[in-house]
Design a protein around this ligand. Structure first.
Ligand code: ATP
Ligand code: MG
Length: 341
């Protein structure tokens, strides 16, 4: 395992602030605290080359987990190992193996040209010149960075800055890339570009990717495996498609005919869990069905024999729907799911 956590816990001591002046003064004398369990007994095993989405609602514990993996935070109890190293005990050694992008922050030097940030990183990581040159050229091309390479970070647009940050995190060819909301605030064109880049990086260089995001399209484009955390605990860990097959079995097919579709009830008789609605005065119907009960083609064929079908469309379930249900605790817990990869 390239990343492994065992019963990983992080508890934060949070000061309780009392309201008003009395509160402010009291603050100086006695301080009250609450303990926040940000990460609870997290067991994660990630193999080299995997692309894993780490998702959950705000405050679930995602960033805290990643910070423990990068060595910024040390665990309260439990263990985390990255490439066999305990990150917080050996931050420098760990840094050689990992790249980190926090979408909300930048690691670029604010006032110096981007190009010089990379030279500094080359020296910090002691990257051989030839390797550095090749890697930088590759990153500049793939991320389309030519036009802003000589600007200081403070002059870059958000999309440019994010690409420059990505390049900075990859300049030393790390085995693992942590991405904490890498597409936050970006327009859809840049989002697509970054997703393509990450997918390519994962597939061609086998870089292990751990991605945190609230944009579920990021997940579908980049990751095969999804880990869901809620209130510090893992609630799901498994293959993305398996999750969809298990929890999003409903599909919808919309069929459009040249004339009114009338005898729907009769045709759908005998199938369980099926329902439909008529659209546009019944020239179009939308049928909701369980994909494991009946095939879309079977449904379509039952109409093409009697109607002139002009068009049809099949809707896949939205991963959002499934994940929202999981956040809300409406689905079985991870242990009941029994799926572990
Ligand atoms: N340094 C800290 N001191 C005290 N509490 C903290 C600290 N960092 C995080 N927390 C708390 O730990 C919990 C988990 O925070 P974390 O940042 O890991 O959530 P997250 O899943 O990344 O959420 P988001 O999607 O909003 O980024 C939150 O309740 C947060 O307030
Ligand atoms: Mg976060």
């Amino acid at each position: 395992m390239i990343i492994e956590t065992v019963q990983l816990n992080k508890v934060f001591k949070q000061a309780v602030k009392k309201p008003g002046l009395a509160g402010a003064l009291k603050h100086l004398v006695t301080q009250e605290y609450v303990y926040k369990e940000a990460v609870k007994d997290v067991n994660l095993q990630i193999k080299e080359g995997e692309a894993v989405a780490y998702v959950g609602p705000n405050g679930a514990g995602k960033s805290t987990t990643i910070k423990m993996m990068t060595g910024i935070l040390h665990p309260t109890t439990g263990q985390v190992k990255v490439c066999g190293i305990e990150p917080y005990k050996n931050r420098i050694e760990n840094a050689k193996n990992i790249g980190v992008v926090f979408g909300q922050r930048t690691q670029l030097w604010w006032d110096i040209p981007i190009s010089e940030t990379y030279t500094l990183l080359r020296d910090i990581y002691e990257i051989p010149q030839k390797q550095y040159q090749d890697q930088l050229e590759m990153l500049i091309t793939l991320l389309g960075m030519e036009e802003f390479l000589y600007l200081p970070a403070r002059k870059l647009s958000l999309g440019q800055r994010m690409r420059a940050d990505l390049a900075a995190s990859l300049i030393h060819k790390p085995r693992i890339l942590y991405l904490d909301e890498p597409t936050i605030g970006l327009d859809i064109v840049i989002k697509k570009k970054i997703r393509q880049f990450l997918k390519e990086l994962n597939q061609s260089s086998h870089t292990t990717v751990l991605l945190t995001t609230h944009d579920l399209e990021d997940i579908e484009d980049i990751c095969d495996r999804i880990v869901i955390i809620d209130k510090g605990s893992l609630v799901y860990d498994g293959n993305l498609n398996t999750m969809k097959d298990t929890y999003a079995q409903e599909r919808a097919i919309t069929i459009e005919a040249s004339s009114l579709i009338t005898d729907v009830d009769h045709r759908l008789q005998g199938y369980s869990g099926i329902r439909y609605e008529s659209l546009d005065n019944a020239n179009r119907i939308k049928i909701y069905f369980n994909r494991f009960e009946i095939k879309a083609t079977e449904l379509l064929n039952s109409f093409t024999s009697d109607y002139e079908v002009l068009d049809f469309k099949i809707d896949e379930p939205k991963i959002e729907t499934v994940i929202m249900k999981m956040y809300a605790g409406n689905l079985k817990s991870a242990s009941e799911l029994g799926e572990k990869s």
